[in-house]
Write a protein of this length. Structure first.
Length: 386
């Protein structure tokens, strides 16, 4: 039987950390409602202690979200946790997300501390959070570069202290999929009380591996993926929600499912892009403008004969427009005939042969041959034939 993978959306927290993507409360509320409608399990609404505005945004989101858990981020600091709890007090299903860096890079370079001290602080922050909410998620920042034996000790201790979800972030996007998957498997096999918590993947995209790492994490035992719409996030971004959701949906043999309404992926991508003033690259998987566009003649010919030859996803399944046949100098006769037919011209093979030479002349001069060009070509040909 398929097992559920929870989708934890951090567009409003990690996604908002992108320069230029700061949201006001009204914008955050609008996006939070859309994200809830998408079907996510957890909405990380913000970092309440970071500013009065963010505290207010988290507070207002907590009041209106009814079907998803509302989460607030904190450091392993008592005041952070108290402020997060205050912001979340109206939430139907509140979660405090607290934690501390566990790699030696963080322990020595950031905290000037020791492994034993960090372990004690990890346990303490979970206990503080547990005073306010039942659902406490602990993050081991830079877990991707943390020694596995030590990480297992920390995970065991914070679960014993009451953590319900354990976030294993590849904070710097450093891990290879095999390394990240092995880390999750190590924790599953070596932490005695691991069955009392959900393991979560939080992967960054510095090496372009965030999606692959998250999927490998799930294959090895994680049951939550932390992600953002359009892959927004610190530096090179976070795991892309639309990518992991569609990988799970397309590869049913993996044995997983999510509650995401995939037909809303393109509409919410556009909403996030517009609201956060961050364009989506055209070749972005699932939601890019070119995700369902075909311009190579070989591809176009195959696609027109049978869509599945070059499309593994039906555009309608992700709320995208219909597939596009884009005419360029690389296009062939079948694509030209298809586009002309869509414009109302019934052309014979001889007509297409004659028009194709003219088409190539135009295509070599322009990046794309548009409908106006096709109308002009077809009308000129008709007048000559007549």
């Amino acid at each position: 039987m398929s097992q559920k993978v929870n989708i934890f959306d951090t567009t409003l927290r990690d996604g908002e950390q992108v320069p230029g993507c700061k949201l006001n409360t009204t914008e955050k509320i609008e996006l939070a409602l859309a994200i809830e409608q998408l079907g996510v399990d957890v909405i990380e609404a913000g970092f309440p202690i970071s500013s009065p505005g963010d505290f207010f945004s988290v507070q207002e989101i907590a009041k209106i979200i009814t079907r998803a858990t509302v989460c607030g981020l904190s450091r392993a600091v008592k005041k952070d946790i108290e402020i997060a709890a205050e912001a979340l007090k109206h939430a139907k299903m509140p979660r405090i997300h607290t934690g501390i860096g566990t790699s030696d890079y963080h322990i020595k370079g950031k905290f000037n501390s020791t492994r034993e001290d960090i372990l004690e602080r990890a346990v303490q922050c979970v206990k503080w959070a547990k005073n306010f909410v039942d659902d406490v998620e602990f993050y081991a920042e830079d877990a991707g570069r943390t020694d596995n034996e030590y990480l297992a000790r920390v995970v065991e201790a914070v679960i014993k202290a009451g953590a319900t979800v354990i976030n294993i972030p590849d904070t710097t996007g450093y891990c290879l999929p095999s390394q990240y998957g092995a880390k999750i498997a190590f924790l599953k096999n070596n932490v005695p009380n691991i069955d009392k918590a959900i393991l979560s993947c939080h992967c960054h995209n510095d090496l372009g591996l965030a999606t692959a790492n998250s999927i490998e994490g799930v294959i090895n035992g994680a049951r939550q993926i932390e992600c953002t719409i359009n892959g927004l996030g610190e530096r090179a971004g976070n795991t892309s929600l639309e990518e992991v959701v569609m990988i799970i949906q397309q590869h049913k043999d993996l044995g997983f499912y999510t509650n995401i309404q995939s037909q809303q992926l393109n509409p919410i991508s556009r909403l996030v892009s517009d609201t956060m003033r961050m364009p989506v690259q055209p070749n972005k998987a699932i939601v890019g403008a070119n995700a369902f566009s075909h311009s190579s003649g070989i591809h176009q010919d195959g696609f027109l004969k049978s869509a599945i030859t070059y499309e593994i996803i039906n555009p309608k399944d992700v709320g995208a427009d219909i597939s596009k046949i884009v005419l360029t100098a690389r296009s062939g006769r079948s694509a030209l005939a298809y586009r002309l037919k869509n414009l109302g011209y019934e052309c014979t093979r001889n007509d297409i042969d004659a028009l194709y030479e003219k088409f190539l002349q135009i295509a070599d001069q322009k990046k794309e041959v548009g409908d106006d060009d096709l109308h002009a070509m077809a009308k000129q040909h008709q007048s000559i034939v007549a």
